[in-house]
Design a protein around this ligand. Structure first.
Ligand code: ATP
Ligand code: MN
Length: 465
């Protein structure tokens, strides 16, 4: 479908026919020139590149051109012509200009100078109009599309798991409560506690931290499913890699063991990288030049190398014999912190690493127990610059073992009756993992703060916009 009244800037720049009259619409990035001629750089978000508009000043009302300043929205009709100036192949010789909305240069916050990412976070409502965020938002789109395409092409079904959940047994993180009770005067039970029986759902509810448990229900019927939705964690950690609201992709597959799970994770992650390298060249090149000179090299390296496959025990040995003094010392049984993950990926192996067989004590109840009685078939994928990008496991399909683990951990079994039913009726080996979409965005864009790869970040003390 093509809107007849408008040619997109991308199209004009790449496939536009010369000497034809076209109309482009967008926002002014810059205007320069003199009293005879004006050069306007116009962008409509279809590409990182601007189209140059050339206007003979005497041909236009003075009052109109005065308002064509950075940030203004205009429509321009004119002839597409080869450009004499350098920096572009084509330009539009303006015949008419219509002003949709001016942007007062005295108060419009996005002047042409480069702004700091911190400042842009404060004006997240306008930052999509910058080159940087235009590139990031186009990449977010391309990656989302690639993810759906990958799973669709491989016979997975997109499963919609609930956002509001009555189960708090997932254990993936602190949850946000969902309630319609009057917080200033909540109903109380006889023993003085808040009576959630009177709440909207007749019980306590929260925002989901993961769609996995429901994903398993889908996989044990449709064989291969995936979720792709928002997840919420009341993480009090103010880090550049954690958001309170982030998007997660969670494939879940019946009849997969831990090796199949690793094969899928590696193939899937590489596919996303290949897809953006093939489809988002301009945006990646921009980010490479502006923010991270090694970005393209890193992306190309990831797709051309086999990911390392190792175990937690091996990783601990590497860390213990590294001679490095970490902030958190390691021993068998301790969780891997970001500093450890990054040492293993960036210093030791220098490529993506998949670590399996973690101590059961530091992993969730549903992970398949190994015969050693100490470890579970967990899988973490670690990426350079990011650390953990994927967390997953083969799941425990044995009802008895799962129930034992649930009682050991004092998890209320009643709340999981529906989950346990899958092990009671037609249980099967299965596995899955979760990819944090914004962590992958960090890797793909070379940005260093996760707040800069989502349109409107939510983090402690920040829910603006
Ligand atoms: P971390 O140890 O980094 O906090 P996690 O072990 O809590 O991660 P999982 O519960 O395994 O992570 O979640 C799966 C994936 O979701 C992670 O590998 C990561 O990519 C992503 N993720 C987890 N927490 C966050 C968060 N707060 N913000 C953004 N992405 C996250
Ligand atoms: Mn976490």
């Amino acid at each position: 479908m093509k809107i007849k009244s408008r040619t997109k800037v991308k199209e004009a720049l790449t496939t536009g026919k010369l000497d034809r009259e076209i109309t482009v619409k967008g926002w002014v990035r810059t205007r320069r020139g003199n009293k005879n001629i004006a050069f306007i750089a116009l962008n409509d978000g279809s590409t990182i590149n601007n189209i140059q508009i050339v206007a003979d000043v005497p041909d236009f009302p003075e009052d109109l051109l005065r308002q064509v300043t950075t940030g203004a929205s205009i429509a321009v009709t004119g002839v597409l012509a080869p450009s004499q100036g350098k920096g572009q192949n084509v330009e539009i010789r303006a015949q008419s200009i219509e002003l949709y909305g001016a942007a007062d240069p005295l108060i419009y916050p996005l002047q042409k100078k480069g702004h700091s990412l911190e400042f842009l976070r404060e004006i997240a409502h306008l930052r999509p109009r910058t080159n940087t965020f235009g590139a990031i938002l186009r990449l977010r789109h391309a990656m989302s599309y690639a993810i759906h395409k990958y799973f669709n092409d491989n016979g997975f079904y997109y499963l919609h798991t609930p956002i509001i959940t009555g189960s708090d047994a997932e254990g993936a993180g602190e949850m946000f409560r969902v309630t319609t009770l009057d917080m200033t005067n909540p109903p109380k039970t006889p023993d003085g506690k808040i009576d959630f029986g009177k709440d909207f759902f007749g019980r306590e509810t929260n925002l989901t931290v993961s769609g996995q448990l429901e994903g398993e229900l889908g996989a044990l019927a449709l064989s291969e499913v995936y979720t792709f939705g928002p997840t919420f964690r009341a993480e009090n950690s103010n880090t550049p890699r954690h958001l309170a609201e982030f998007w997660m992709i969670e494939p879940e597959m019946a009849f997969y063991d831990i090796t199949d799970n690793m094969d899928l994770a590696e193939d899937f992650l590489k596919y996303i990288v290949v897809y953006v390298l093939e489809h988002c060249e301009d945006d990646l090149e921009f980010l490479n030049n502006m923010y991270d000179k090694e970005l393209l090299q890193r992306l190309n390296q990831v797709i051309s190398t086999d990911f390392v496959r190792t175990t937690y025990t091996e990783a601990i040995d590497i860390l213990n014999s590294s001679g490095v003094k970490f902030e958190f010392p390691t021993h068998w049984g301790s969780d891997l912190q970001s500093e450890h993950e990054r040492y293993i990926v960036e210093k030791h192996y220098k490529k993506p690493v998949m670590i399996t067989d973690y101590p059961k004590k530091i992993k969730a109840f549903y992970m398949k127990q190994n015969d050693d009685g100490k470890t579970v078939r967990a899988l973490d994928v670690l990426f350079p610059r990011i650390g953990e990008i994927v967390g997953g496991s083969q799941r425990e399909e044995d009802l008895q073992k799962l129930e034992n683990r649930i009682s050991e951990l004092n998890i209320p079994r009643e709340e999981l009756w529906w989950y346990l039913d899958t092990r009671r009726f037609g249980t099967a080996p299965h596995a899955g993992f979760g990819l944090g979409f914004e962590r992958m965005m960090l890797f793909i864009t070379g940005m260093s703060n996760i707040r800069d790869v989502i349109p409107f970040p939510r983090s402690p003390n920040n829910a603006a916009f």
